[in-house]
Design a protein around this ligand. Sequence first.
Ligand SMILES: [Mg+2]
Length: 363
Amino acid sequence: MLPVKRCHDESCAGAAAAAEEDLPVTAADGGSDEMAREALSLEVVWKGSERYPLMVPKYATVSSIKGLLEELTEVEAEGQKLLGLVKGRLPRDTDTLAELGVRSGTRVRLVGTRAADRLRTRAGSWQERDAGAPAIPDHPAAAATADGPVTGREHEVVSTDVRSRLDSVIKHAELRVMNSPRQGRKLVVLDMDYTLFDCKNMSGNVVEMARPGLHEFLAAVYPHYDLIVWSQTKWHVLECKITLLGMVAHPGYKLITALDISTMLDVKTIRSGRPTKHQVKPLEFIWARFQGTYTRSNTIHVDDLGRNFALNRQNGLKIRPYKRADTRTRTDTELYRLTRYLLAIARLPTLEFLDHAQWRSYR
Ligand SMILES: [Mg+2]
């Protein structure tokens, strides 16, 4: 079988651009499952002793591997050097493993220093604090900032400058539209890490770290819903994930866009009686940038972190986090259940009056 690229312009960074221009993107479809599963194992060694076994498709570019390694090590991709992929030189970011003739089992040395901002640690701590937390109330009112204990306002948003900062994000954040919205469709906004993908488990084939039923789910709801992915990661990492998972040019669905951490917002909410700073995904960003198309009444936001709904609680549907893709593959049925729910509510004139907390028992 000939090696293939998923990315039109020979780089991971080109995939979205290719989709945006509606250009053909080679072999990134779900029908190429066999091709996608043709994988190589790599052992990446960092700092002499830290080892990261990876299983990646042969069409993966050096750039996409750096993106995955950034996720695992927090060493920013642009500062990484990968030694040992090819002899005697550093590979280009746009080279694929197949082009470089990399063999399975190759040991690679990662050279790079961890950046100051530790996205993984922060995300992990939010995840833990969010577990089992009660729901954030609807329509949180902006109120005075308080630094001492606060009673009776649990999960209330207390930042006073949300409006101005949100306006700034709406005005300035980059939006990469891959496909045009379709008339009359509702919108599903999907978190990436732990909702669609086990982001910390790279020891199996990356393609297989997708949540069970991922592509079937997206293809099943696509006739009724436009799709936007929103992830608390930097763009190049997010782009690598959606590209390697085959979500950029799947024949059964198209993504409208993928939003990265630059479109998220810091807020303070009352947690355990104290103002706690965390990030949220403000749906108003989407509603403003796709004005008249997506609204409060036709949008549903699926995420494993309830705190991401803080500014748009009613639109949020909390899904169980998907972790340990290697052991839970056969038992996780969340996306199949979610398919049933989204299809059941697809023809409602508005979603504004639904309590998505009851999604599992909706009839
Ligand atoms: Mg998540």
